[in-house]
Design a binder for this molecule. Structure first.
Ligand SMILES: Cc1cc2nc3c(=O)[nH]c(=O)nc-3n(C[C@H](O)[C@H](O)[C@H](O)COP(=O)(O)OP(=O)(O)OC[C@H]3O[C@@H](n4cnc5c(N)ncnc54)[C@H](O)[C@@H]3O)c2cc1C
Length: 490
């Protein structure tokens, strides 16, 4: 369907300055993909609102003209969530970067959606607080994007993912109306629509203010670096640490490819080059507790075959041990500028089995795979490296990605952990869910967005994106509950 962009532009310019409406093709190119660079498509128009009131007016204009919209934070998403595939207005929150209120007495902070994740901790660290969810992209990704993806991170093993740290949301619905979900309180009495919005990938509306929970900074922190001669042994150590009743703040694994990539990036051999895998374990809490847990975890790693265990108690040394892990994607980019990040979850106890299956699949598909992942959560991130100029390569890459996800499902896992479904995985959703499940989720979505104008085409398989087999019918009871009415969702 073609839309009246001229009329939309005219309406937008009534309340937005010229600099806030992007129309030039060259300027729009910057938005032609997110972190999933294999898929590209420039939006026809982008707007950069600064306030909630701007977003209300922008979405009201879209509603009036029947134009779909896509929200975008920093564009670091890895599943194509912020990609504009159809004719839709891109609403970029990068000018909504105010910290609106800090309430240390009640351990909360309220921010605009474009605020960068690490800025939250930076703003309160001096007072002994921090914001726990810490994606590896935390110095660039936005809180709005984190909410939409329900992002995880290194510390989410012990402290939980974004949904455990968002108390309240102010959102603008697709018809331009403003509402709030949740509140400033830890517990509320209503249906948890806040929870439904978190992880909805921009398909329910746009978050314009977010109240986050702050935690007290831990008294002591120690990081262990254990190196192993096989990936399976490192995976085994992760299972044994949790089976022993220890709950580290984070447990992350990097394979030999990654180890060498980050050592090369920094020109320093921070991790042993010949190790098949390194396991980083962060332990936090009271001094005595940290000491005992670190000794116990070290012993477990040794029992599982660790060659050496390095321990860092001081801030500077801890930062050095984490630096490589946090820069892993950048390091791979130096070796292979094009790579595809897969994101699957498996029960922790199956890590050794699934890691060896990934190795096998990599050989079978003749594509190198580098691994760096949130091992404690069983959240795998195999990076498939490829050369973009090989004919048919994209299909080969996607086939390997899909085979890895099938492997995750075969052990009771999931097709996504923290990067979302977006455009990338919507055609795999019915591997996990029955038609009834998909229909129920779609109904919830339609309660917020009856016309499917918020991030259209994302998450749910449709005939247009995944072929005719994706056509699902659902039946809604009519008001008298005597008859059924067929609702065609597409
Ligand atoms: C190097 C690297 C490391 C990463 N590490 C991690 C990691 O450890 N853990 C992790 O979970 N992810 C990680 N990611 C993925 C990514 O950073 C996260 O998904 C992040 O939350 C995306 O934030 P963003 O601001 O870039 O969002 P975008 O990419 O701009 O958007 C992501 C989705 O959110 C929607 N959205 C954005 N803003 C809003 C809003 N205000 N209201 C409603 N919807 C909105 C968009 O429509 C889109 O669907 C990593 C990415 C990279 C490139």
């Amino acid at each position: 369907m073609s839309h009246d962009w001229t009329a939309l532009n005219r309406d937008l310019r009534e309340f937005l300055p010229r600099k806030s409406v992007v129309l030039k093709r060259q300027e729009l190119l910057v938005y032609d993909c997110d972190g999933l660079t294999i898929d590209r498509h420039s939006p026809p128009m982008a707007v950069l609102p600064e306030t909630t009131s701007d977003v209300v007016k922008v979405l009201a204009c879209c509603y009036r003209h029947g134009i779909p919209f896509v929200a975008r934070g920093s564009g670091t998403g890895l599943s194509g969530g912020a990609l504009v595939e159809e004719e839709a207005l891109l609403v970029v929150t990068s000018r909504m970067r105010k910290i609106l209120a800090i309430d240390l007495e009640n351990h909360t902070v309220t921010v605009q959606p474009g605020v960068i994740n690490s800025w939250v901790t930076n703003a309160v660290a001096g007072d002994g607080f921090y914001y726990a969810p810490d994606p590896s992209s935390q110095v660039v990704c936005s809180i709005g994007g984190n909410v939409a993806e329900n992002s995880g991170g290194v510390h989410c093993l012990k402290y939980g993912v974004t949904s455990n740290h968002v108390l309240g949301l102010e959102i603008v619905l697709p018809d331009g109306s403003l509402t709030t979900l949740g509140s400033q309180l830890a517990e509320t009495s209503e249906l948890d629509l806040r929870g439904a919005f978190i992880g909805s990938e921009g398909t329910l509306g746009i978050a314009t203010a977010i109240t986050l929970r702050l935690l007290r900074s831990p008294q002591n922190v120690t990081v262990l670096l254990a190196d192993f001669l096989s990936m399976e042994a490192a995976g085994e150590a992760v299972c044994c640490v949790t089976a022993a009743g220890l709950m580290p703040a984070g447990m992350e694994i990097m394979d030999n490819f990654m180890i060498n990539a980050v050592n090369d990036l920094f020109g320093v051999d921070e991790y042993p080059r010949d190790a098949a895998a390194v396991l980083l374990i962060e332990i936090d809490g009271q001094a005595a507790e940290v000491l005992a847990a670190a000794d116990h975890a070290s012993q477990i790693c040794k029992n599982c075959g660790a060659r050496n265990i390095r321990r860092a108690d001081e801030d500077e040394e801890r930062a050095l041990l984490w630096k490589g892990r946090k820069s892993a994607f950048a390091a791979v980019g130096q070796i292979s500028p094009t790579y595809f990040v897969q994101d699957g979850v498996v029960p922790r106890s199956t890590l050794p089995k699934v890691l060896s299956s990934i190795e096998r699949l990599s050989l079978e598909h003749d594509l190198p795979v580098a691994n760096v992942f949130h091992a404690g959560d069983g959240n795998l991130h195999p990076l498939i490296l490829y050369k973009a100029d090989i004919s048919g390569i994209e299909k080969r890459v996607r086939d390997l990605g899909a085979a890895i996800l099938r492997e995750c499902l075969s052990v009771g896992g999931s097709i996504t952990g923290e990067h979302g479904v977006g455009s990338d995985k919507r055609c795999y959703l019915d591997w996990m869910f029955e038609p009834d499940d998909l229909a129920t989720m779609t109904l919830l979505r339609q309660a917020f967005d009856p016309d499917n104008r918020a991030n259209p085409g994302k998450i749910f398989p449709t005939p247009k994106t995944c072929g005719e087999s994706a056509r699902r019918k659902i039946f809604l009871a009519d008001e008298n509950k005597s008859e059924s009415k067929e609702l065609d969702l597409f």
